[in-house]
Design a protein around this ligand. Structure first.
Ligand SMILES: [Zn+2]
Length: 355
């Protein structure tokens, strides 16, 4: 998501509509002076965990918090006012009491130098006299040295400083760090809530299609609505079907994938496979309105014979695991070769028996 979209989504400093429970939990703890030293925000990509963390850091520093319903929200909780001096600095991303750590550009991991800044930040006194907030984005990408250094900081917490680790893959964080954090899990919203939210931002467009294609993860749906992402997705998924019907070779599909979009493509492939697996077992078509799925359902005959259906579903499930492994490799802090990973996946797909 680009910066403009991120700002407009987050303009109110309020939780997203499906995050009210988590917001209520944390803001009440803050109001009662019982905020934990470290939190781990977990949940799939595209649920707005990072936006939540930033909004919450702004709220924790706000000089004049307002009731959320004053900003059009539903819950009777408080949010940052957006206009005090702390909020203005926080909104611009340069409040000295908020530290955001993420993999540096061109690097896939979080390095020990970045955690050293954090250690210094934790021990120095607050500029505004209130709380200090640290947000570690993609915390599963801490390299081993950085993770060790962070653990030391978490073992000697500073009263006034709160660290929020945000991760789509919390299982990849070392257990010693996880055990130091209070867990806050984020879930995908219901279809109605997600559709209302998306519609309010994009105005026109097929929200059902976008949400289905993103497996009900609203920020991924929003990204799909931008530019030609939806078209690129349709083209790739059609290519995937064409490999199975012999109309295209894996190499030809590989050529369709734009550079640096490998992880996005695999995310579409993974949704595609979960729908196809469901169909192989139940005959249920989830996405009738999605042209990119039309050819997919034609790959299988509707399940008549139970044994055959189970065999196909089991091959699909096994291959799905391979796609998930590939996605993890692409997102890892080592330097994967996206071209090789995609080649291997497409080759395995071409060999997969759906009969
Ligand atoms: Zn404020």
């Amino acid at each position: 998501m680009n910066e403009t979209t991120s700002n407009s989504v987050n303009a109110l400093n309020a939780p997203l509509p499906w995050q009210s429970a988590q917001w209520a939990q944390l803001s009440r703890a803050f109001a009662a002076n019982q905020l934990a030293h470290a939190y781990l925000f977990s949940g799939s990509e595209g649920l707005g965990k990072s936006l939540f963390a930033k909004s919450f850091a702004n709220y924790a520093l706000c000089l004049n918090p307002i009731a959320q319903d004053a900003a059009g929200g539903l819950a009777d909780t408080m949010i940052a006012c957006g206009t005090c001096s702390n909020c203005l600095k926080g909104g611009l991303g340069n409040h000295p009491d908020i530290l955001i750590i993420e993999p540096e550009e061109g690097s896939k991991g979080i390095k020990i130098d970045q955690i050293r800044w954090l250690s210094e930040f934790v021990i120095r006194s607050s500029h505004s006299g209130g709380a200090k907030m640290v947000i570690i984005q993609s915390a599963h990408l801490l390299n081993a040295n950085a993770a060790n250094a962070l653990l030391k900081t978490l073992e000697e917490p500073n009263d006034n400083t709160h660290v929020i680790l945000v991760s789509d893959h919390p299982g990849r964080l070392v257990a010693t760090i996880r055990s130091r954090c209070q867990k806050v899990a984020f879930q995908a919203p219901s279809a109605d809530i997600a559709a209302d939210w998306l519609q309010a931002i994009i105005g026109t467009g097929n929200t059902d299609l976008l949400l289905n294609a993103s497996d009900m993860r609203p920020l991924i749906a929003l990204r799909l609505a931008e530019g030609d992402s939806l078209q690129a997705r349709a083209q790739f998924l059609q290519g995937i079907c064409d490999v199975k019907t012999g109309k295209k070779s894996p190499q030809q599909v590989l050529a369709l994938i734009a550079k640096n979009s490998e992880s996005e493509v695999l995310q579409h492939f993974s949704v595609f496979l979960s729908k196809l697996t469901k169909y192989s077992l139940t005959g249920i078509i989830d996405n009738e309105g999605d042209p990119a799925f039309q050819s997919m359902y034609a790959l299988l005959s509707p399940p008549k014979e139970k044994q055959l259906a189970q065999r196909v579903a089991s091959s699909l499930a096994h291959f799905y695991t391979e796609v998930e492994v590939a996605r993890r490799q692409l997102a890892s802090s080592t330097n994967p070769n996206p071209q090789l990973i995609m080649e291997s996946i497409l080759w395995q797909w071409s060999k997969l028996s759906l009969q």
